[in-house]
Design a protein around this ligand. Structure first.
Ligand code: ATP
Ligand code: MG
Length: 480
């Protein structure tokens, strides 16, 4: 068989193709993957388009139930749209659509953590009581800790946080060179806390995902530099999600240490009370100021006003609190063993997911941070029996070609194929779920130059675009 080289316009990579295939593709300048096999040697396989009729997305609000009795907007919307399903109090099933968002959020977190030198690990959820007794927190944690025994009656807990475990891990390495520091280890795992009042859906669960990072440094100065670098990464992450946030002075609680900040999203349903000085920008959790204090302790002239916030992140400078007791040592240039300086940095993954829905959505419809929307585009096919019905195939092809020819939209396009339903009803569902772009294949798709109705749900704009126009618009969508 004759084989020819073909430069794919999308992948920008040469592909080996048979002469017949080469001829067929020459006009479009895209590679074989974007039509049908043979597959472009340099590319990934075609992803089938998810069909809305097949998505496992069971609504958890009973027929006629408005959800008014549920405690907050994000919980109601996430149950209504089949993103989560309740299990025990404070525990949820994360369903496919929600999990896509969460995985994107984790990718974003990974990017930011790698950018500051973080290395990802995964620690056991089952933690020995011995570790917690060594730090003195076995008693201190009280009822918040899920405790259990193994068959030999040894005591364990389900990790609510991992300062003890990670410090022991570091301490188990006999002579960590100062050249390896700062060392930043982090994980994204389930945490278990027997919260007194689990509520607000994913905002306060008893089993939830947290990103927790732990830093080891050679000196207090270096540890504080690391501390600032992690705080900047948290700020960048929240900016990339398009969320309004404040970094406030915070209490250290049972984690300990001497310096601490919380990252808060201002929201009326927030459980934290914050004070902010409009004069100098000082902001703090009320736990850290005198009761009733109204004068700003930083500028001494401004007045503190109170707002509420949802805590999404918490940073601590720990000093030697854990490294001293666990003997987490490094060796300096003179080959002397010294106790490492530590910091720890938590970010609530499931809480950020729910909190973004909480602060960006309206009462009726979800709005996602664009980057972590579960799918970027929903193509709506024509209604069965309507004049536009002939364009059904066109809707399927459009969804396929957007997903497989635009690198940023790979796997990001769903087809609402429920064509026994009116377009209006499906648009309503799409609005509630908050796909950033909805493309309706209606009657105008049958014109000589087919046109598609495009609704940009983030901006509220609606426009009619040709396929080229649509491709141009969507190729600019940022994805992760
Ligand atoms: P809170 O004050 O809200 O109870 P915390 O101060 O006990 O939280 P940290 O120990 O600082 O929480 O945990 C780090 C991050 O983990 C928090 O900033 C939050 O985003 C998240 N988180 C904590 N508890 C929960 C929970 N019960 N459900 C979901 N996320 C949580
Ligand atoms: Mg906290």
């Amino acid at each position: 068989m004759d084989i020819l080289m073909h430069q794919c316009k999308v992948h920008k990579l040469p592909t080996l193709l048979s002469r017949t295939f080469f001829r067929a593709l020459k006009r479009s300048h895209i590679c074989a993957t974007h039509t049908s096999p043979p597959v472009c040697a340099s590319s990934k396989p075609v992803i089938p388009i998810p069909l809305v009729s097949r998505l496992f997305q069971p609504s958890n609000l009973r027929e006629g139930q408005e959800g008014g009795d549920l405690t907050c907007r994000s919980q109601r919307l996430m149950l209504q749209t089949g993103l989560i399903h309740p299990s025990n109090p404070g525990c949820f099933y994360y369903l496919p659509v929600a999990l896509r968002s969460m995985e994107k959020l984790v990718r974003l977190i990974d990017e930011e953590m790698h950018a500051i030198g973080g290395q990802k690990i995964d620690m056991p959820a089952l933690c020995s009581a011995e570790l917690w007794k060594t730090s003195g927190r076995w008693e201190l944690m009280g009822k918040e800790m899920f405790r259990l025994q193994d068959r030999h009656n040894a005591e364990y807990c389900l990790g609510p946080t991992h300062e003890e475990a990670v410090t022991e891990l570091f301490a188990s390495q006999s002579s960590v060179s100062y050249k390896k520091l700062p060392l930043l280890l982090y994980q994204v795992t389930r945490k278990f806390r027997d919260e007194q009042k689990p509520k607000f859906g994913l905002l306060r669960g008893r089993e939830f995902y947290m990103k927790d990072m732990y830093s080891f440094d050679i000196s207090e100065e270096a540890a504080l530099e690391t501390y600032q670098s992690v705080c900047r990464a948290y700020g960048r992450l929240l900016d990339r999600l398009g969320l309004k946030w404040v970094q406030v002075q915070a209490a250290t609680g049972n984690i300990g240490g001497t310096l601490s900040h919380e990252f808060q999203l201002p929201a009326d349903i927030g459980e934290d009370r914050l004070v902010v000085c409009k004069n100098c920008g000082f902001s703090a959790n009320v736990e850290t100021v005198e009761p009733g204090q109204t004068e700003c302790s930083q500028c001494k002239t401004g007045t503190l006003t109170e707002t509420r916030g949802i805590e999404v992140g918490h940073t601590f400078y720990l000093g030697k609190k854990y490294s001293q007791v666990f003997k987490a040592l490094f060796v300096n240039a003179l080959n002397e063993p010294l106790v490492a300086e530590m910091g720890c940095f938590g970010l609530g993954v499931t809480r950020i997911l729910a909190a973004s829905v909480e602060v960006l959505s309206s009462e009726e419809a979800i709005r996602w941070p664009g980057l972590i929307a579960p799918y970027q585009v929903c193509v709506v096919s024509p209604k069965k029996g309507s004049k536009a019905h002939e364009a059904t195939r066109m809707a399927e092809d459009l969804a396929q070609s957007l997903s497989n020819s635009l690198a940023n939209l790979r796997g990001e396009v769903v087809l609402d194929d429920r064509n026994q339903m009116t377009i209006g009803k499906r648009l309503k569902d799409a609005r509630i779920l908050g796909y950033p772009y909805v493309v309706v294949v209606g009657q105008k798709a049958l014109d000589d130059l087919p046109m598609f109705e495009v609704i940009c749900q983030q901006s509220g704009e609606t426009m009619f675009l040709s396929k080229d126009g649509l491709v141009e618009l969507l190729s600019g969508v940022e994805t992760i």
